[in-house]
Design a protein around this ligand. Sequence first.
Ligand code: ITT
Length: 210
Amino acid sequence: MGMKIVLATRNGGKIAEIRNILGGLDVELLDAGDFPPFPEPREDGETFLDNALTKARAVHGATGMPALADDSGIEVDALEGAPGVRSARYGGDGLSDGERCLKLLEALKGVPVEKRGARFRCVMALYPGPREGAGPLVTEGMMYGRVAAETAGGNGFGYDPVFLVPGRGVTVAQMTPEEKNAISHRYRALVEMKWLLVREFGLEPEQCIE
Ligand code: ITT
């Protein structure tokens, strides 16, 4: 394996998906568990990009290695894009993923199905970039759907049980990991990141890179 990248996230759901989607690329993926404990940075940026760069810089600082961060969340039309960049803290610190899903359903109580549009957004940032002065590598991916009327499914993580996939009649949490990883916001951001890594670091392209 040529290059090593450390994943700048402590979210096990994200780590599993990123490993799965980047599998096949000639890169060794490490995560925080491969290093002595280091403090987590405060994620108080105004944008997904701010937070992704904060996480990638902090993990690069602690490990000395190129770090790939994922900042993501759900943006709900009827809530003017909330919870958005604050998705992980929606409803206050200390709630479980399940409690946050219920909180979102509560906020949309009485909102009809056609007004329940939402999207998942994922911003990926690799820091440092390939060359001095080149800046970090940044990509973004979206998945469009609707907030369901009730929770359903036990796969995935976060808001997956309340996110309906258009045309499929199921929530993301009712899909298999393979099905989610073929269409998700994270998948879309990572496909672009793969192409950037191949171009900027001279990696071998996968045989059938999307
Ligand atoms: P790290 O900062 O360590 O990466 P985190 O879980 O705090 O972990 P974020 O700050 O990016 O990550 O917050 C993301 C929020 O959006 C959090 O509530 C997730 O559950 C949710 N989320 C992100 N991707 C998701 C996905 O694919 N499906 C469902 N919910 C998702």
